[in-house]
Design a binder for this molecule. Structure first.
Ligand code: ADP
Ligand code: ZN
Length: 631
């Protein structure tokens, strides 16, 4: 392989470019087919999950076509904040790339425009609102007239769909590009898979003739875990402590307030946690995002305002402390874990209150009734996933229309949950709700219902005379926690509704069949509760102690000498990253450093064999890396 890496820098063959510029041995999945289509001048619509490798689908053709004298590739990207790192990564690989946006000084922008018009740039990144200005369009005209507008790549193409959750008005204007430059090939890319959004993209971007590439949406390295909420803080701490000590991760919460409280509390427990939500100062947000990208092992506690376009490869976990709105959201958010292909976890804790809250938010929303119906159906699909006893991945993929086999890498596959026949318990709960209404004329909440079922003589019970109900004490044999799980399931399945300010429980029409014993209810045995107040074993020397100096462990097992080399390489990378004002992973991924530490190459040729070491990085850093490795 080293021979092909040192091959001429003028090859237009995609595999040569992949090896020589990016230092990767082979294309993954559909990449080769997409690249082929685009290099030859065809249009393409690419649906690939996050981490699937979309960038190379346009970067390799851009280089091939530029080398063939066809000029620059325009990359439409929605987020100004992230262009800097993307262009930085290309520069590290020796590719002439730039971005034009409002963060540039006038001089710098003019220099880039000159390079652009002279045909020196291989890739130019810009946001749609910039591209659609008369000045920018005039530059594109000039390039186009001279045959130097090679390709238009539209990243995050789902932003053009009003139906999706990331709609951006400016994306609608992009159809102009096609009208203006009908002969320039176009490539639209997105990680949003559903049919509706896909159809919207084709329609709004006039991609009827584009070839469609749909990758598998499976993310085999992500392990899905969904736990029943029972003291969620202790559960979260235990998860962090047992599975992701010192790892970078994202914790999603629904509200800004909860984000702040959770981040403060985690910091107090010794976790390097930072808050992020739209209510924070732009400055604070930028600083926190920067630290998350640039430092090791930062845990970002965030609302869903955080995440789009975050392409940090080594996010090791995504945790949900609140239920997302639907499976699309869940999949997109969890998809931010493990882009580098190394093991990662998607963890969620969910409980009855989540179901109730989400339903209420839909009910009380401003949306039209048919939209609410759709939202309810989507929430139900997510609840079914959360309550599932079988393979989570099979269910997730089935939701996106993909058939698959049981995965062996989700909680249910790894530890099939013990089930119990809860049909009888469900009937008792339903009939007790029925008695409340019959006796008092209105309903009560879950807590009171459970007290009555378990035969507890609380003040409220005696005030209401509920100890005289025929259902009083009929469920004393079932634990409180098991009752919660029964009720959650009944609400999730839609047999029971939770209404009004006090979340009182009411029967829905479908409850009748369960009451009559026509519908069996199988439930997982409620998990054993973690010790209250602390996360199992003492988590990370509490009270704000700093993390161990060694930092995060390497992604490969290394012996002691290897660990020393890994640490030395990381220190060296940190200096380069600071010098170049880039996140460290843009210089080299951890995986590349770990492979160097393990193989300890002693020549440039041997170093070139490490995945991720392309010709430019070999030339720029090779000698220094060899020196660092020699200690
Ligand atoms: P996406 O944009 O689809 O989320 P990226 O383009 O960021 O994904 O790629 C995800 C990660 O996979 C990146 O770190 C990238 O360098 C790596 N990658 C992509 N294609 C390959 C390949 N063919 N060989 C090795 N690594 C790859
Ligand atoms: Zn599974």
């Amino acid at each position: 392989m080293p021979t092909s890496r040192t091959a001429t820098a003028t090859s237009t063959h995609p595999v040569d470019i992949l090896q020589q510029v990016f230092g990767y041995a082979a294309f993954r999945g559909q990449q080769a087919a997409v690249v082929e289509q685009v290099v030859q001048g065809g249009d393409a619509l690419v649906l690939m999950p996050t981490g699937g490798g979309k960038s190379l689908c346009y970067q390799v053709p851009a280089i091939a076509r530029h080398r063939a004298g066809q000029g620059v590739t325009l990359v439409v990207s929605p987020l100004i904040a992230l262009m800097h790192d993307q262009v930085g990564a290309l520069a590290e690989a020796g590719v002439a790339a730039a971005f034009l946006n409002s963060t540039l000084e006038g001089d710098e922008a003019r220099r880039i425009e000159r390079d652009l018009l002279a045909g020196r740039l291989v890739l130019l990144y810009a946001a749609p609102e910039r591209i659609l200005t008369p000045r920018f369009l005039a530059m594109l005209d000039s390039l186009h007239e001279r045959g130097l507008l090679s390709l238009i790549a539209i990243d995050e193409a789902h932003c053009v769909s009003q139906w999706g959750h990331d709609f951006r008005e400016e994306y609608l204007g992009l159809s102009q590009l096609h009208e203006r430059f009908p002969d320039v090939p176009r490539l639209a890319l997105t990680a949003t898979a559903d049919d509706h959004t896909r159809a919207d993209i084709v329609l709004r971007l006039a991609l009827e003739d584009a070839r469609l590439f749909v990758a598998s949406f499976d993310r085999p390295n992500i392990r899905y875990q969904i736990v029943e909420k029972d003291n969620p803080r202790a559960q979260l701490l235990r998860f962090l402590h047992d599975e992701h000590e010192d790892d970078a991760g994202i914790i999603y919460c629904q509200s800004r307030k909860k984000v702040e409280e959770t981040a403060t509390w985690l910091a107090g427990e010794g976790v390097s946690a930072l808050p992020y939500h739209a209510g924070l100062d732009a400055d604070v947000r930028r600083r926190h995002q920067d630290r998350f990208l640039r430092e090791d092992g930062i845990v970002m506690v965030a609302t869903i305002a955080f995440g789009m376009g975050i392409d940090k490869p080594d996010v090791r976990f995504v945790a949900h402390l609140d239920l997302p709105k639907n499976i699309e959201g869940y999949y997109q958010e969890t998809g931010r874990a493990g882009r580098d292909g190394a093991p990662a976890t998607a963890w969620m804790a969910y409980g009855l209150a989540d179901v109730v809250n989400q339903r209420r938010m839909i009910d009380e929303g401003e949306a039209a009734e048919d939209f609410k119906r759709l939202q309810r159906a989507k929430l139900d699909a997510l609840l079914a996933l959360a309550e599932a006893h079988d393979c989570r991945r099979v269910r997730l993929l089935a939701y996106f229309g993909e058939a698959s086999k049981v995965c062996g890498n989700c909680d249910n596959c790894l530890q099939p949950p013990p089930l119990w026949d809860a049909t009888d318990a469900a009937r008792k709960a339903l009939s007790c709700i029925y008695r409340f209404h019959q006796q008092s004329g209105f309903g009560f909440g879950a807590g009171h219902l459970i007290d009555v079922l378990r035969g507890k003589l609380t003040d409220k019970v005696t005030q209401r005379g509920h100890e005289r109900l025929s259902t009083f004490g009929i469920g004393a044999d079932v634990t409180e926690q098991a009752w919660r799980s029964v009720l959650r399931q009944l609400v999730a399945l839609g047999h029971v509704r939770s209404v009004g300010e006090f979340n009182t429980l009411e029967l829905s029409d479908s409850a009748r069949a369960v009451l009559k014993g026509e519908v069996p209810v199988m439930l997982r045995v409620a998990a054993e509760a973690p010790a209250r107040g602390r996360g199992g074993k003492a988590p990370r020397g509490s009270a704000g102690s700093s993390r161990s100096a060694a930092g995060k462990p390497p992604p490969l097992p290394l012996d002691d000498a290897g660990l020393l080399r890994f640490a030395a390489l990381k220190a060296w990378r940190g200096e380069i990253a600071r010098e170049h004002k880039l996140p460290p992973y843009v210089v080299f991924h951890d995986a590349a450093l770990a492979e160097m530490a393990r193989e300890a190459p002693d020549s440039l040729d041997a170093l070139a064999g490490i995945s991720g070491v392309g010709a430019k990085k070999l030339e720029a850093y090779g000698p220094e890396i060899l020196r660092v490795l020699q200690g």
